[in-house]
Design a protein around this ligand. Structure first.
Ligand SMILES: *Cc1c(COP(=O)(O)O)cnc(C)c1O
Length: 361
């Protein structure tokens, strides 16, 4: 069933993904750059993304084992780092069989590790708490854990931490977190992993054996565009079409709750995308969309299947015209600002109702 009467779709530019990966990895030539493809590759399609990167990356990362098993079923053979680690004892046996690298971040996971037969022999990532206060072992717990491991396991250790503020260039927290990881007893003996996208872009001192590249891979930025050290290409363009056009008079309202009123005679375009597609309902009036090379402001509440836009000032508009909600011509960061959210959330919230069209070359 490949027929789509509605033209709404997410266009996924896979060559752009690959060139983003190569360009960003080149910023940290001494590091191995792991591609983070959790949450269905930030909404881009994990299998397609993994397939297009598989020649380039040393490993992938996902949040939990279910996401990694989907990749194995699709024939992806690279090691896969499981960022939340084992969620039950059985995950260890699966990891061992499937070449998954588990993150260990609490003592319960360490008891599972000690019970595992045959012993866990994949890379053993130890997550160290340095200030995020989400997942992580206290720095002073690490010694004791290392003492319980076999010499084979000790050779596979990666000390890891995650930054809370790396997108803020003027915030010293990141340097403090780097220092705390280095202060783990005998840290110099082990491989390390610190940088996420913002670490790779902003903090060369955070580059280590493995960097973990997420959002920037997709051409979206966690830092102001003017501070980017490289050019990124947005990988997703979210697109729809105009399915209704009408003229309204001064004082008439548009949409549910009469939240928007025309201050002059206006032309309203209705576009076939709504909150059921992942276009957030809290988008404010004025959120831009891109039509015929120009920007037009959202007018009225987002509906389940539609939005309404004031196209009075657009030169020519017709039924069926393409509309870009974000992507190549309209930065997702700009759109996110009008919705009190971030690019990460917009990308991962595009719903299954929106077909993906892959650009392969
Ligand atoms: C999601 C995630 C990343 C990737 O972060 P980006 O900001 O998207 O680059 C890296 N490390 C961990 C532990 C994560 O959960």
């Amino acid at each position: 069933m490949n027929y789509h009467s509605r033209k709404t779709c997410a266009i996924i530019n896979l060559p752009a993904l690959v060139s983003n990966y190569i360009n960003i990895a080149n910023l940290a030539p001494q590091s191995e750059t792991i591609a983070v493809i959790k949450a269905n590759a930030y909404g881009h399609g994990a299998i397609e993304v993994a397939q297009s990167l598989s020649q380039h990356v040393p490993a992938f990362a996902v949040a939990f084992i279910d996401e990694a098993l989907v990749l194995r079923a699709a024939g992806i053979t690279q090691p896969i780092l499981i960022l939340e680690g084992a969620l039950c004892q059985e995950d260890l046996a699966i990891a061992l069989k499937q070449n998954f690298w588990l993150m260990f971040h609490n003592l319960e996971q360490i008891t599972w590790l000690n019970k595992q037969i045959p012993p866990y022999s994949e890379k053993l990532w130890l997550k160290v708490e340095t200030g995020m206060n989400r997942l992580g072992l206290a720095p002073n717990q690490i010694d004791d854990i290392l003492a319980q491991l076999s010499s084979e396991q000790l050779q596979n250790i990666v000390l890891c931490t995650h930054f809370s503020n790396a997108e803020q260039l003027d915030n010293p927290k990141t340097l403090l977190q780097i220092k705390k990881l280095a202060q783990v007893n005998q840290a110099e003996l082990y491989k390390k992993s610190l940088a996420n996208s913002a670490g790779i872009l902003n903090w060369p001192e955070s580059h280590s054996d493995y960097n973990r590249l997420g959002i920037t891979l997709y051409g979206a930025t966690p830092i102001p565009t003017k501070n980017l050290p490289i050019k990124l290409t947005p990988v997703m363009t979210l697109q729809s079409t105009i399915i209704g056009l009408k003229q309204i008079n001064t004082g008439e309202s548009v949409g549910y709750g009469e939240k928007w009123q025309a201050s002059k005679p206006s032309i309203i375009a209705t576009i076939a995308i709504g909150y059921a597609d992942g276009y957030p309902r809290n988008a404010k009036a004025g959120t831009p969309v891109f039509i015929s090379g120009q920007l037009a402001p959202l007018a009225g509440r987002v509906s389940m299947d539609m939005i309404t836009v004031d196209v009075t000032d657009i030169d020519t508009v017709e039924l069926g015209d393409l509309v870009e909600l974000w992507g190549e011509n309209l930065p997702i960061e700009t759109v996110a600002m009008h919705m009190d959210t971030i690019n990460y959330e917009l990308l991962t919230r595009v719903s299954a109702r929106v077909p993906k069209k892959y650009i392969l070359a």
